[in-house]
Write a protein that binds this ligand. Sequence first.
Ligand SMILES: Nc1ncnc2c1ncn2[C@@H]1O[C@H](COP(=O)(O)OP(=O)(O)O)[C@@H](O)[C@H]1O
Ligand code: SF4
Ligand SMILES: [Mg+2]
Length: 340
Amino acid sequence: MVLEVPTTIEPTLDQRKVLLSIRNLHVWYELRRFGFGIVGYVRAVDDVSFDLHRGEAIAVVGESGCGKSTLMKTILGLVRPREGSVTFEGKEIGQADQATLKWYRSQVGYIQQDPYGALPPFMSVRRILEEPLVIAGMKDGKERLERIHRVMEEVKLYPVEDFLGKFPHMLSGGQQQRVVIARAMILNPKLIVADEPVSMLDASVRVEILKLLRGLQESHHLSFIYITHDLSTVKYFSERIFVMYAGKLVEQSPIGELLKNPLHPYTHALLSATSDPDARNALSFREVPPGEPPSLVKPPPGCRFHPRCAQMIEGLCEIDEPPEFTPVPDHRVACWLHKE
Ligand SMILES: Nc1ncnc2c1ncn2[C@@H]1O[C@H](COP(=O)(O)OP(=O)(O)O)[C@@H](O)[C@H]1O
Ligand code: SF4
Ligand SMILES: [Mg+2]
C-alpha cells in the first residue's frame, strides 16, 4: 500500500525521516519511425512508488531491460517522468527548474556502470574532482585541494600525489571507479545512486569496491540506492530489497525476510539455496525463469509475469493486474497468490 504524505498537517516523525519519495512514477520513451512520428511508447517504468529513508541502503534487482536504469535516471533528474512524482526533502524533482536541479545535483552522487565512459578523457584526476567544487562555488583553491585530498584518501587512491596528475586512460578499471566514487562523494551528498557499479570490473576488484562503497555509506550515514542484475552482491548494501520486473516493482521487503520467505514466483526463480553457511551468501542467480522478459512496448495484460509463471491462475492472472498485497508486515508483493 502506498503511504500518502499529507501536505496540510504536520508530518509524523516517521515521515520526517523520508529523504526521497517516489509516487506513481511512469516513465515512457517515445518510439519514433521516420515519416510516421510517434508509433508507440516503451513503458520502462510503470507506476512505481516507494520511500527511501535517511541513512538507508536499498537494492533494486531485476533482469536486464526491466527499467532499473530508467528509474535511477528519473530519480537523478536526468529523465523526466510522464506521470507521478519524485520528491527529495519535500521538493519536487521530476518537473524541477534548472536552479532546483543544480541544488539537487549537489545533494546526490551518481556512480555509473562504466567508469571509463563516465570520466572525461582529457581531464586529470585533479580537474575531474575540482570541477564540481568550482561549480558549487568553492572559491579557495587551497580549500578545494584539501577536500580533494580527503576524498581521495577515503576512496583509497593513495599516495594522492601519484594520482592527481593522471588521466583516466592511465588508471586501472578499479582505480577509475574509485575516481568516479570520489567525484560522487566530493560535494558531501546525502544520497548515492550506484547503477551496476562493479559489473564492468574484473572479478578480483569487485568485492573491494563493494566493501568500499558499504564503508562510505555507513561512515557518512548516506542513503544509498544500489542497482544490480546480480543478486549475489546485494548483501553488501541492502537493508531493503526491491525486485523489479518489466517496469514494475513486484516485491519489496527487508533482505533477511526476502531470503527466508520469497513470495513472488519471479523472486523464487531468481533465488537458489546453496550450502553456504552464511545465509546472506545463499543469494545467487539461478537460471532465470524460462522465456524472455516481455516487450515493454506492448506488455502482457494482467500480471506481466504470467506468460512465464508456472503458478498462473487461469482466468485471473492474464486479465487483472495484481495490486500490492502485504501478507507479512513490511513485505509487499504484487501477486494474486497472496491476496489477503
Ligand atoms: N533512451 C531510450 N529510448 C528508448 N528506449 C529506451 C531508452 N533507454 C532505455 N530504453 C528501453 O527501456 C527499457 C528499460 O531499459 P533500462 O532502464 O536501461 O533497463 P535496465 O537498466 O534494467 O537494463 C528497455 O526496453 C530499453 O530498451
Ligand atoms: S499474479 Fe499470477 S501470473 Fe503473476 S506471478 Fe502471481 S501467480 Fe504468477
Ligand atoms: Mg541498466
